[in-house]
Design a protein. Structure first.
Lengths: 233, 360
């Protein structure tokens, strides 16, 4: 087991790109939804809560199929995106990113929501009496205090994205160089006679990537937690 | 000038508050659960009354009929919370500047240096808030509220979570705000001693109602009426001036309009004004000057009134020169000594009952 081949590097690069893009786009939405669920009361809140958690309990294949129906070239959303913006998601790596984002979304929202709920609301009230608008209170008090949860949620979702399989293969198929991420490549090798050594190599890479993202998450969370509590000066 | 006339409900609790006060320090006094904090929450804009109006310094902050409800960030009303509520992700310096940054230059009347000096915050500036003691946190909270350039400062029992030594220290700082910064303060407390020390006007809050409003001198004398539980704390306030210290016997002498009071040595310079609180239960009456007695203060007094309408304890109001004292005596003493208005007596005040710090 030595240096990675060009194919392997391509697969890892694609997987990272898919996971990063999915996280980058879902993070602002997740923060918004988490804040809404944590801080406000409105009719239909329970429904939104349930919909957000759906990808966690549905078979991933079902999610992928739903994406295909909605975002496929002839799907209601897919057609609009294609005709108006020239954006095609089906059978593209961007579609894989969308599938990852969706599957990781509940994990992300959950972690962020919990950390927002843990922020003492009276601190937000104090900030308002000091002259801060609601928006500034959110940016200067709520978000920084919820940062550990935001980091955790982001990395959970990132890791989930690296491992996404069912929704991805259903929505964007398994196209080498375009949508064939690590799990899909591993699966492919296991289906080919004599592909096991390759599958094993890729599996080891997957394990290493997961461990690294876990370690980064842990390190970041500790760092912010320490910065926010008593470092002795 | 603060003008409050509101009704507000929180669950089963109903508050109806009406008072107007124009004083350096207005104290909202009452037991916990009486509605004091809800009143200042409404003034700050963080609790919304169902009807009525709130005016501060002539500006309408809230008027239900006119549909006016200025959001808290635009009221410029400082709020010092009971438990400080400093931002844990910022250091002391950043906490202090949080509000100042949000005010425009023409709204600023006090600078950071002045606040740091006034509250003795110099050594704390780069500390994390979780490393601060309770008293330090409270000082930073006061500084943070001041630097948000408020026109009024609301303080919600700022001493409640502190030990006695820290209370004395914070009270000193609050007094400096009152006398040096000259910012109007609304001070919530359940401590008679704190009112005696700080307040000009007292609003007594009980069961969600403002049951008495008036100058501190008057209200403290009537505490038994407005709040029977506080009868033991009822008494009078006497404005005095420090005239001398006797190092050997450790006695400080205070002069007031009606004579002098001897009290255990206090840490104040000669000439300084001091408000002494004398509780009714610490004042005894004698018809002749008793001999061989440990009581240092025997003041010639004339009985002005006898409030005998309730309880076994009778409140006797006295004129001592220009000052007013009250004495609490039993009905039996009232009968045996034949105490009645116009009678000349001696008011006996135990020196050690005097509390120079205004702290329980």
């Amino acid at each position: 087991m030595h240096a990675l081949s060009a194919d392997e590097i391509g697969i890892v690069e694609l997987s990272l790109r898919v996971a990063l893009v999915s996280v980058a786009f879902s993070l602002p939405v997740a923060v918004g939804v988490a804040y809404l669920l944590a801080r406000s009361r409105f009719p239909g809140k329970l429904l939104i809560d349930a919909v957000v958690h759906l990808p966690l309990v549905l078979p991933p294949v079902v999610v992928g199929f739903a994406l295909l129906l909605l975002f496929g070239r002839n799907g209601p959303i897919g057609r609009v995106l294609d005709q108006w913006f020239g954006v095609v998601l089906a059978f593209r790596w961007t579609g894989a990113a969308l599938a990852s984002a969706l599957m990781g979304f509940p994990l992300m929202v959950r972690a962020i929501r919990l950390s927002i709920e843990a922020v003492d609301r009276r601190l937000e009230v104090a900030a308002r009496t000091l002259g801060a608008s609601r928006a500034w209170v959110f940016a200067s008090v709520t978000l920084p205090l919820a940062l550990p949860g935001i980091i955790t949620g982001t990395l959970l979702s990132f890791a989930r994205g690296l491992g996404e399989f069912g929704a991805t293969i259903t929505f964007v198929s398994n196209i080498p160089g375009e949508t064939q991420t690590l799990p899909l490549a591993i699966y492919t090798y296991t289906q080919v006679p004599g592909g096991d050594p390759q599958a094993l190599r890729l599996s080891v890479i997957a394990v290493v990537l997961s461990l690294v993202s876990l370690a980064v998450s842990e390190w970041l969370t500790r760092r912010t937690a320490r910065a926010q509590s008593d470092d002795r000066r | 000038m603060i003008d409050v006339d509101i009704a507000l409900s929180r669950g089963a609790f109903h508050l109806v508050a009406t008072f107007a006060a124009d004083a350096r320090v207005v104290a909202l006094f009452g037991r916990s659960g009486s509605g004091k904090t809800t009143i200042i929450d409404a003034i700050a804009g963080i609790a919304k009354p169902s009807r009525g109006s709130i005016r501060v310094g002539g500006d309408v902050m809230f008027d239900a009929a006119a549909g006016i409800d200025v959001p808290p960030e635009r009221r410029r009303i400082g709020y010092v919370f009971q438990d400080a509520l400093l931002f844990p992700h910022l250091d002391v310096h950043a906490n202090l500047l949080y509000g100042q940054r949000l005010r425009s230059a023409d709204e600023r009347f006090i600078a950071e240096d002045r606040v740091v000096e006034l509250l003795g915050l110099g050594a704390l500036l780069h500390r994390r808030v979780r490393t601060l003691s309770g008293g330090e946190q409270q000082r930073v909270a006061i500084g943070r509220a001041l630097l948000a350039q408020p026109r009024v400062l609301l303080m919600d029992e700022p001493l409640a979570s502190l030990d006695v030594a820290r209370r004395v220290e914070i009270l000193d700082y609050v007094e400096r705000l009152r006398d040096e910064v000259r910012i109007p303060i609304v001070y919530v407390t359940h401590s008679v001693a704190e009112i005696a020390r700080l307040a000009d006007t007292v609003v007594v809050v009980s069961g969600g109602r403002c049951v008495a409003v008036g100058p501190a001198h008057d209200v403290i004398g009537r505490l038994d009426i407005v709040s029977p539980v506080d009868r033991h704390e009822a008494g009078s306030l006497v404005d005095t001036r420090v005239v001398s210290h006797d190092a050997e016997t450790q006695v400080t002498t205070l002069a007031f309009d009606g004579g002098v009071l001897h009290v255990p040595a206090i840490d104040a310079r000669v000439g300084q004004s001091l408000r002494a609180r004398i509780r009714s239960r610490d004042v005894s009456l004698a018809l002749q000057r008793p001999a061989g007695i440990s009581i240092l203060n025997m003041l010639p007094a004339r009985i002005v009134a006898v409030n005998a309408e309730r309880d076994p304890v009778v409140e006797v109001q006295l004129a001592v020169g220009g000052a007013r004292f009250t004495a609490a005596v039993t009905r039996r003493s009232l009968r045996d000594l034949d105490l009645h208005p116009g009678l000349e007596v001696l008011a006996l005040v135990k020196a050690v009952s005097f509390d120079p710090y205004g702290v329980d």
